[in-house]
Structure formats: C-alpha cells, structure tokens
Write a protein that binds this ligand. Structure first.
Ligand SMILES: Nc1ncnc2c1ncn2[C@@H]1O[C@H](COP(=O)(O)OP(=O)(O)OP(=O)(O)O)[C@@H](O)[C@H]1O
Length: 468
C-alpha cells in the first residue's frame, strides 16, 4: 500500500483530497499541524507528502527544506490558498515537486501524486530501511538556514562555497548538495587541497600526460575529468597554493582543462562545491588567496554554525551517534539527561567531529549501559588536561628546539612545522591501533583518506606498527 501524508488543517479540503486519492488506491494519513507532521515523518514509510502552507503552528514552506533534506526521496506537493507569486517562488525554491494553488483541479492533483509516486521504482518503506536519508542531524534555527541554502542550489549548478570551522560538517553538506541535486547520478569527487603536496596539485586536478614530468610514467586522468557530469568538491580550498589557484580560476572561467604536459583542451562539465575553515578575507588582503577566485567560488555561500552556537542540537546528535556506533559494532548505550546537560554546556572547539569522538569514547569506556554525568565529566576533564599539558609542557619547548635546528625558510614555516609534527603524531596513532589506519584516523579525528594520503607522503609504513 502506498502511503501518503496529508498535512491540511482545512477539514473540507482534506476530505475531498483523501477520497480522491483513496479511490486511486493510496492510503492517506492526515495531520493538521507541523508538530503532527514531524511525528508522522519520524515513523517514516511515506511515498509522498501533500502539505498546506499556513498551519496553526507555523508555515509549511518555511520548514520544508529540513523535510526535503531528511527525506530526499519523498516527493512533496504544496497546496496553498496563499496564491501569490511569493508563495510559488518559495515553493519551488525549497525543491518541492509540485505547487498547486487553491482552488485546484482534483483530477490534476491526483495525476500529479500518481506521477510523483510512480516515478519511483522502489517503495518508500524500502528507502527508509536502506537508510538512504542524509545523516545531517540538527533542527536548530542555525541549521534551518543551512537546509534552506541547500535546497536553493539543488536544481541549478551554481558554485557553492561552504564556510565553517573544522568539524562543522562541511563535507557532509557538500555530499548532500550532490546527492539531493539533479547531478546525483553523476560522480561525486572530493579533493583535499591541504592533503596534496603543492607540486602535485595541478596534476591531481587536471591529470597529466605520460612523460610530463619525472615520475609521470603513465597518462593520468585528473579529478576534474573524473568528476565530469557530476560534482567536484574542493575541500580546504584556502590551503591551495597560489599557482594552482591561478590554474583553477582559468579552468572555472573557460570550462576547459589541459592535462599537465598536454596540448589539447578538454571541455568539462562539473558543478563546483568548495569549502574552507579559513577566513579567506585576510588571506586575500595578504595576497595568499586570489580575490578573483574568491568571487568565482563565493556565488552561494553556506555558513555552517559552530556547535557551540547550536547547543539545542546536542541531544539529537548524541542520539544519532549512539545509534551510529551500534552499526559500527560498538555496544548499545543510552545517555541520561544530566550527562546531556554537561555535554551541552561544553564549548566544543572541534565541533561535531570532536563531539562524535567524545561520544564514541564514552560508549567504549562507560561501565554501565547508561552514560551518566560522571563519565562525561571524567572524559571532558581528561581532554582538557591533555590539551593544557601538550601546549604548556610538551609542544612549546619541542617546537622551539625544532625551529632552531631545522631553521625553515621564511614563507615555508607553517607547512614545514606541520609536516615535522605530523609524522610522529601519525606514528603514535598507528602504534595505539596496531597499524589499523581506520582506527588511527578515528583517534586523531581526521578523515581516513587524508590520513592514508599523508602516511604515503611521509613514507610511514603502517605494517611496521602491526601487532604481529
Ligand atoms: N549535522 C551533522 N549531523 C551529523 N553528523 C555530522 C554533522 N555535522 C558533522 N557531522 C559529522 O562530524 C564529522 C566531521 O564532519 P565533516 O568532515 O563534514 O566536517 P568538516 O567541516 O568538513 O571538517 P574539516 O574542515 O576538518 O574538513 C563527520 O563524521 C560528520 O559525519
């Protein structure tokens, strides 16, 4: 049975719509408010949703972006007595499947519902079970703004620049834009500009011809070509060396690339989503980030809020990670309200990533099935202690003596220090995990592909750390 959710507070309209759809073999669940709608959606299993705009507890369009992001495969049809251009525009901007101004033709509505549902080959229940929804958790005001921006770019190819501190979910948002948008059947290719050595960035992005440089023993296809027809996610764009920025800009302007060492120009069709945790404005002023590239990328800016500015979401995020941990083989735990209160009061400088890692540690270390306030206090104190110790007593003096010995050239200090510090850090993490890179990345709180890449570049052999 194909279930339809009807959100309509006008009893007369609800009755005729229900009768007409039931005749077509649909099962209708009617609710009259946004609150009831959200409860019904949480149960899942709907093939489509029909919704009025003005409801007793709010505006049905205003909160639609979140519904669309959380239930990407469920078509939404808007029924509205607010027959204004503004409502129509807002309805389409949110990514609704269809907009019916009232009074509408009932036959047309039934046709639209059948078409919306018929377009899908699989049932809603299967989709809900396959967990195909996107794991963007959070209902705070700040996240509603993010959802609104996401839905605005789904039906076009506008370039998106995602800004936000480290760990706020920039990569997750980039994936959502791709998966929910009209390019979803194309590839999603991610490049981390910070993880590629400066001299390899161009060949990584644009590919190279055989023999283009020492080591180019075969022809290689770059990320732009790999992403053709889909989305290219340029992560940590603020870390891209200036020469690569120039070539990137040229490519964005012309829509064409040339492989390193190649003569031929190749037309490419990719949607660009870029992200950075850096504040680009001072970099532009200092000449380390090209202003013209910034304007090219910053067509639709999406600012992700730090976790400390959306504390309302902590409870939902805790629930999310408790469930996620079970799917990764960790024990099933609960958390009590005093523990949640303490988690909500913390400032989370590492944002959702730090929060997730803390939740996993709590799950692993908790002596009881229910995580309590005491366990949270212990873990937060331990991490505060390790930060204080490392900065005051460990890294400071070590860095000082390294500077004196290595004496890196001006203009290279940051990257040289970063490289010097990464190697022992990664080796330490691999030692903790017996050479398991996935676990090491989790302990470090970084992306596992970044770790894998850097391990290769730093000539670290993970096998050297395996327990056997
Ligand atoms: N809103 C969210 N809901 C659920 N999980 C989230 C959310 N935001 C972030 N996460 C999780 O937090 C972790 C970090 O997110 P992500 O890698 O997208 O951050 P980022 O902003 O790209 O970080 P960085 O700048 O360091 O690359 C991931 O495990 C991600 O799944």
């Amino acid at each position: 049975m194909r279930k339809i959710l009807l959100v309509e507070d006008d009893a007369a309209i609800a009755t005729v719509v229900t009768a007409a759809l039931e005749e077509e073999g649909f099962e209708i669940l009617r609710c009259e408010s946004l609150l009831e709608r959200d409860k019904a959606l949480a149960q899942g299993g709907f093939a489509a949703m029909l919704t009025d705009v003005m409801l007793t507890d709010g505006d049905g369009i205003e909160t639609l972006p979140e519904v669309i992001v959380q239930h990407p495969k469920m078509p939404v049809i808007i029924l509205s007595a607010q027959n204004t251009l503004d409502t129509a525009v807002r309805a389409t901007e949110t990514g609704a499947f269809e907009y019916f101004p009232k009074p509408f033709d009932l036959d047309e509505l039934v046709r639209a519902v059948s078409q919306a549902v018929g377009n899908r080959t699989d049932s809603a229940a299967d989709i809900e079970e396959s967990g195909d929804g996107l794991p963007l958790v959070g209902r705070s005001q700040a996240m509603q703004g993010v959802y609104r921006m996401i839905t605005r770019v789904l039906r076009n190819d506008l370039t998106v620049l995602i800004l936000g501190e480290s760990g706020t979910g920039k990569e997750l948002v980039a994936e959502a834009i791709h998966q929910l948008g009209h390019r979803k059947t194309g590839p999603f290719v991610a490049v981390n500009a910070a993880a590629i050595p400066a001299d390899l960035i161009e060949s990584e992005l644009f590919g190279h011809e055989k023999g283009a440089f020492t080591g180019a023993v075969t022809q290689s296809i770059g990320k732009f070509e790999q992403a053709n027809g889909g989305t290219l996610f340029l992560d940590e764009i603020g870390d891209m060396p200036i020469e690569a920025q120039t070539r990137l800009l040229r490519t964005l302007q012309s829509g064409r690339i040339r492989r390193v060492g190649g003569r031929q120009e190749i037309a490419i069709n990719v949607r660009i989503v870029a992200a950075t945790n850096r504040n680009l404005e001072p970099m532009i002023a200092a000449g380390t980030f090209r202003e013209d590239l910034f304007y090219r990328l910053n067509v639709v800016p999406v600012q992700l809020p730090p976790l400390r500015e959306r504390r309302d979401d902590i409870e939902a995020l805790a629930g999310h990670f408790l469930k996620l941990a079970v799917t990764e083989g960790l024990p099933l735990r609960q958390i009590d309200s005093a523990a949640l209160e303490l988690l909500s009061a913390h400032s989370w400088p590492g944002n959702v990533r730090e929060f997730r890692n803390t939740m996993y540690r709590l799950i692993l270390l908790s002596r009881d099935d229910v995580i309590d306030r005491e366990s949270v206090a212990e873990i937060l104190e331990a991490s505060a202690r390790s930060e204080a110790v490392s900065i005051d007593h460990g890294f400071g003096p070590a860095l000082q003596s390294w500077m004196e010995r290595a004496n890196p050239a001006a203009g290279t200090v940051y990257h040289a220090a970063e490289a010097a510090f990464e190697k022992p850090l990664f080796e330490w993490a691999l030692r903790q995990t017996g050479g398991n890179q996935l676990k090491a990345a989790r302990i470090l709180g970084i992306n596992r592909n970044t770790l894998r890449k850097r391990i290769g570049e730093l000539s670290i052999e993970p096998e050297d750390f395996s327990a056997s």
